[in-house]
Design a protein around this ligand. Structure first.
Ligand SMILES: *Cc1c(COP(=O)(O)O)cnc(C)c1O
Length: 476
């Protein structure tokens, strides 16, 4: 008796969980009251007495799994979180057990090497040249691409803007931020960007919304006017941010003209591709990112469209030297001349202790191979377009914009409240799990097709369910 039995027990339970979820037998979402969950899981008693082993452990995990939102269920269509490939989950488990916090090389040589490899693999797909491994140290001062993995795209966005701030106003680190800096972004930029702007000390008023169409896609013809206006006001543009793709409707900003505009004026272009950079792997959809090669930095989450479990995000930059001095700090126990056969990431990251995130994605990549991974992205994007066509033929549905990714917005004819009531009812039943969003002033149901098990048959069942509820629910 001991951890070995527990390990097998846990594996068996997870296996059964996965099987049932993929079959779609249990509800996709099962929201009980928090108080009830705490009670059912017997948290109070376990915390007091311990003993979470053997049968107790089995019972506890059975109860716990029953509270989960099932991302492997084909009716999971709510959020931009990967339906993780099992191999990626083993990666998370191995990382948790070995606990090689790898921000300094000696604390996780394998983990650091995997991270370095993953970052370079991503750089190549972004069109940025990584440093040749053999001459890593000798050619340190050349403008190769570089990057790191972080605990989430939000942190990657913050780090990208910090690089931009360092270039635009290097004195900020010591003296504080000058008042004339602004950041330009499409109006539906992810909230992590507006947070980053304030965290970096610019204040919300420094975030300037670029002119955009009704769905928030940047209008490139207007960029020059915005720029001249800002110059007249004595403002300095610290960075321009393009959404690739934006969160709400999954649409891409026109990268190429935005990048050309930035090049003309010497402005930092950050591409927020947390979700949509994965289109780089698909032959048919990668054109959405044309122009990326001219950008300066890219956020790319593997825990969204690359089937890695949370969290595994990348911050990439065309010139790694921009990353090397972003934190000008002394930590003599970490940062000192070492003769070691690898490199430290610590001086580039907000995090101090940092998980070996690379394994979460690499084990997916290694299991599937990059071609199959690209086919997955393509399949999900194509499925959204096909679903949009189909739903558009269902009399009482109004469609949002034609999808450019695997995000699809639609609504039943009726009030905003009706959309929310339909979603709430599906959540209560656990029949389908969707999100909702405001788009061009109206409330839409939003389907994010992450799961490779979701097919058109499930979309047809969704239409049936939504239209049925629309008739049933009386909303005033
Ligand atoms: C998801 C997302 C983020 C935030 O990334 P996290 O990994 O959730 O922190 C930022 N920008 C865009 C466009 C996103 O889709």
């Amino acid at each position: 008796m001991g951890y070995k039995d527990d390990l097998h027990g846990v594996a068996n339970l997870l296996d059964a969980y996965l099987e049932a979820s993929i079959q779609g037998t249990p509800p996709v979402i099962h929201q009980q009251a928090m108080r009830q969950n705490i009670q059912n899981l017997d948290l109070e008693r376990l915390a007091l007495e311990g003993g979470l082993h053997g049968e107790r452990l089995q019972q506890f995990l059975t109860d716990y799994l029953d509270t989960t939102t099932r991302l492997h269920h084909p009716h999971f269509m709510a959020h931009q979180v990967a339906t993780p490939h099992p191999s990626g989950s083993y990666g998370a488990l191995v990382d948790a057990l070995t606990n090689n916090a790898m921000a300094i090389y000696e604390m996780g040589p394998g983990a650091a090497s995997v991270e370095y490899f993953v970052v370079n693999w991503m750089l190549r797909h972004a069109g940025w040249t990584p440093a040749p491994l053999e001459e890593l140290k000798a050619r340190h001062n050349e403008p190769f691409g570089g990057g790191l993995l972080t605990h989430g795209g939000s942190l990657a966005n913050l780090t990208a803007l910090l690089m931009a701030r360092n270039l635009a106003a290097p004195e900020s680190w010591q003296k504080g931020v000058p008042k004339d800096l602004v950041v330009l972004a499409g109006p539906p930029a992810h909230y992590s960007l507006s947070r980053a702007v304030s965290i970096l000390g610019l204040g919300q008023q420094a975030l300037v919304a670029l002119p955009a169409d009704a769905y928030g896609v940047v209008l490139p013809d207007r960029l020059e006017d915005v720029y001249s206006d800002l110059q007249r006001q004595g403002k300095r543009v610290m960075a321009v941010v393009a959404n690739a793709c934006q969160t709400a409707a999954g649409l891409y900003d026109p990268l190429k003209p935005m990048a050309q505009f930035c090049r003309r004026h010497g402005l930092w272009l950050h591409v927020d591709g947390a979700h949509g950079a994965s289109a780089l792997l698909s032959q048919t959809h990668r054109f959405r990112l044309d122009g990326l090669e001219l950008a300066d930095s890219l956020t790319w989450d593997a825990h969204k469209m690359l089937r890695a479990p949370v969290l595994c995000a990348a911050l990439l930059t065309r010139d790694h030297r921009n990353l090397d001095h972003i934190f000008s700090q002394d930590a003599p126990y970490l940062f000192h001349q070492k003769d070691e056969p690898g490199i430290d990431f610590a001086h580039r990251t907000v995090e101090c202790t940092k998980a070996g995130l690379g394994l979460r994605f690499f084990m997916v990549l290694g299991a599937m191979g990059e071609q199959a991974l690209g086919q997955y992205v393509q399949r999900q994007y194509d499925l959204a377009a096909q679903a949009w066509q189909f739903l558009g033929t269902q009399g009482d549905l109004e469609m949002g914009p034609l999808p450019q990714s695997n995000i699809l917005c639609f609504r039943v004819q009726g009030s905003d409240a009706l959309q929310l009531a339909i979603r709430d009812q599906m959540n209560r039943e656990g029949s389908f799990y969707l999100s909702s969003t405001l788009l061009a002033g109206k409330r839409y149901l939003r389907a994010v097709l992450m799961n490779p098990e979701t097919t058109m048959a499930h979309i047809e069942a969704l239409a049936h369910k939504v239209l049925g509820l629309a008739k049933q629910l009386i909303i005033t």
